[in-house]
Each structure stands twice: as structure tokens, then as C-alpha cells.
Design a protein around this ligand. Structure first.
Ligand SMILES: Nc1ncnc2c1ncn2[C@@H]1O[C@H](COP(=O)(O)OP(=O)(O)OP(=O)(O)O)[C@@H](O)[C@H]1O
Ligand SMILES: [Mg+2]
Length: 321
């Protein structure tokens, strides 16, 4: 049985917005699944359907084996959700909030307090436990939000952009908790605009663009699917020189794919090490000086660029930004 399965799952908003335009998912239990996409690509809409907060307008989805539409209650018992817009009550302290959450899940007062204590330790908030949430930093609020999603020991955890807008240290902390939870067997569905986050945490990744999945597989498979090395050249000089360099490099043997990205030129070419000399020669012959040239294996960013035609731009949105 899959932890999360969907076929042709879709959600249309009036008048004519195809937020999610028919996606298929088959996620095995125990995995971290990274759902990558830029602003407006349909990540949150997908999460809201999978967590029973929004009805699909097409297709179906099962979470923990239960249909999200006809058996929402059974789904909700087995999942934890930390939404993009944190729903924390800021007047409470962290401890009060977690204790209340535990009581809402049917625990007695004493058991709820014990669970709150455990969770505060997991997300390193024990010391701040008795301060009001209003005074927490963005990173602390995200950690508390994560703890709140864990109260009832969910099998499957949905995290919608858990680190957007956080500083690198807070981000590392969240990554550590997610990896720990996954080691304990929790399946994690994580949306993100950060390629590095998907690369670090996820065993499998789907790239969303305008409501559809344009690529899916392990980060290694996706990078290998590019089938070439990546040579990046930064030509010296005036505006427009990158365009001219790109024109020139398209004449290389085998007519490689060449893209202009900012003031650099990216060449997708097999056996990149052998291509360096011809690249330098061709540019020099055309009177173009080179400031910098690097050879790399493809990254998820290259996969994203290849599949969508644009870079992923992490533009934080929402209350936590
Ligand atoms: N309730 C709604 N009514 C109308 N349109 C909506 C609604 N919710 C989402 N949309 C639209 O659906 C599309 C996908 O939105 P969604 O929030 O799923 O994207 P996202 O990938 O989560 O983006 P972000 O990275 O900014 O959070 C957008 O065009 C958005 O404007
Ligand atoms: Mg979103």
C-alpha cells in the first residue's frame, strides 16, 4: 500500500484557474517526498486536497489507504499538517498551545502535558516554553508549528514550505528534525522552493510547474537524466556579450544546448572536460574574453531550468515571510 496515492488529481478555481491540472502520485511509506515548484505552481492546493481541507474537482487521492473525499476522518487521524500560514494563537505560551492541542486529540490533562514536554524537547523549545508565542522568532514559530503537527504521532506528515523565509541556521534545524522523524518511520510530504532542501532531504522529488508535474524521480535520477555535463562561461565586457557568446557556442561540434543565464552562458555538453579547450578557442577566435569558466555535474537547478525553461525563484510569500 502506498502512503500517498493520487491519479489525475485536479483542482480548478472559478473562473478558469487550473491550480492543479491532473497529477499522479505514488509515494511509498517511510519516504521523504519533495514537492518542488515556484510561487503559484500548485503546491499548497495539492497539500490542501491531500489533507482533506479542500475538495478535488477531478481525479482521486488516497492517504494512508483512505480516500480523501469519502473517508476524510480516517485520513485526518493519521496525518499531521503544518500549513504555510501558521495558525498559532499568539497569546498562548508554547507549552500551553501544545498541551491544548494534545487535549483536543483526546488526551487527559496529565498525558497532554507530558506529550507537550516531549515535543518541546524535540524542537528545542524547552527553554522558551513559557514565553508567549507572539514573542517567538519566525524560526521558533515554525518549530512550534511542526511540534503541533506531531502531537498525535502521525504516520504521515505534510509540511508546506517549512523553511521559506528562515535564516540558514533555523533551516538546518528544521532539516535535522525532519530527517530524525523520517528515521523513526514517518512519511514526509514536503513542499519547497529550495532545490537544496529537496536535494538534502528527499529520496524522491516531483517538480511542479503551472499545475502539472514536469519531472519526477530521485534527485540522482533527475540529474542523470540531463545526460550531459554543465559548463558555465562568464564572458568579460559589455552588456549583450553573453548573448553573442551563446550564439558563438551554439556552433560547437554536436550543436549543444546553450542558455544565457544572467551574465553567464550555460552549455550542456557531454564530456565537459574535453569541451573546455574548444569552448575557449572558439570564444577567443570570436574576440570574446573569458572572466570565468567552470565545469560541473548537473544540479537540480539545471533539471528545473531544463524542464520548465526558467530558474526557480524563492520569493517568500505568506504570513511567515
Ligand atoms: N482559493 C483560491 N481561489 C482562487 N485561486 C486560487 C485559490 N487558491 C489558489 N489559487 C490559485 O491557484 C494557483 C496555485 O496556487 P497555490 O497556492 O497552490 O500555489 P503554491 O505553489 O502553493 O504557491 P506559493 O509558493 O506561493 O505558496 C495560483 O494561481 C493561485 O492564485
Ligand atoms: Mg503555497
Amino acid at each position: 500500500m502506498y502512503a500517498i496515492q493520487a491519479e489525475q488529481l485536479a483542482r480548478t478555481f472559478k473562473p478558469d484557474i487550473h491550480a492543479v491540472a491532473g497529477i499522479d502520485l505514488a509515494i511509498e511509506p517511510g519516504k521523504v517526498f519533495g514537492f518542488l515548484g515556484q510561487n503559484g505552481s500548485g503546491k499548497t492546493t495539492t497539500v490542501r486536497m491531500l489533507t482533506t481541507l479542500l475538495r478535488p474537482t477531478g481525479g482521486w487521492a488516497r492517504v494512508a489507504g483512505f480516500d480523501v473525499t469519502s473517508n476524510g476522518g480516517a485520513v485526518r487521524q493519521r496525518i499531521g499538517v503544518a500549513l504555510q500560514e501558521a495558525g498559532l494563537d499568539e497569546v498562548q505560551t508554547g507549552r500551553e498551545l501544545l498541551t491544548l492541542h494534545a487535549q483536543l486529540f483526546g488526551m487527559g490533562r496529565r498525558q497532554a502535558r507530558e506529550r507537550a514536554e516531549e515535543l518541546l524537547a524535540i524542537v528545542d523549545l524547552t527553554e522558551a516554553a513559557d514565553r508567549r508565542v507572539a514573542g517567538y522568532s519566525g524560526g521558533m514559530q515554525r518549530r512550534l508549528d511542526l511540534a503541533a503537527a506531531l502531537v498525535h504521532h502521525p504516520e504521515i506528515l505534510f509540511l508546506d514550505e517549512p523553511t521559506t523565509g528562515l535564516d540558514p541556521i533555523s533551516r538546518e534545524a528544521i532539516w535535522r528534525y525532519v530527517a530524525d522523524l523520517n528515521r523513526q518511520g514517518v512519511t514526509v510530504f514536503l513542499t519547497t522552493q529550495y532545490l537544496e532542501e529537496a536535494d538534502r532531504l528527499a529520496g524522491e522529488v516531483a517538480i511542479m510547474d503551472a499545475g502539472t508535474i514536469v519531472a519526477q524521480g530521485s534527485p540522482e535520477e533527475l540529474k542523470a537524466s540531463i545526460g550531459t555535463d554543465v559548463v558555465t562561461v562568464r564572458p568579460a565586457g559589455h552588456d549583450g556579450v553573453a548573448l553573442k557568446a551563446a550564439e558563438t557556442l551554439r556552433r560547437l561540434e554536436g550543436s549543444p544546448e546553450v542558455r544565457v543565464v544572467g551574465d553567464s552562458v550555460v552549455v550542456y555538453i557531454p564530456e565537459g572536460a574535453r569541451a573546455i579547450a574548444p569552448i575557449v578557442l572558439l570564444l577567443t577566435e570570436s574576440g570574446i574574453e573569458i572572466t570565468d569558466i567552470t565545469l560541473a555535474r548537473p544540479t537540480l537547478d539545471d533539471v528545473f531550468l531544463r524542464k520548465t525553461g526558467h530558474h526557480i525563484e524563492a520569493t517568500p510569500t505568506g504570513a511567515h515571510a
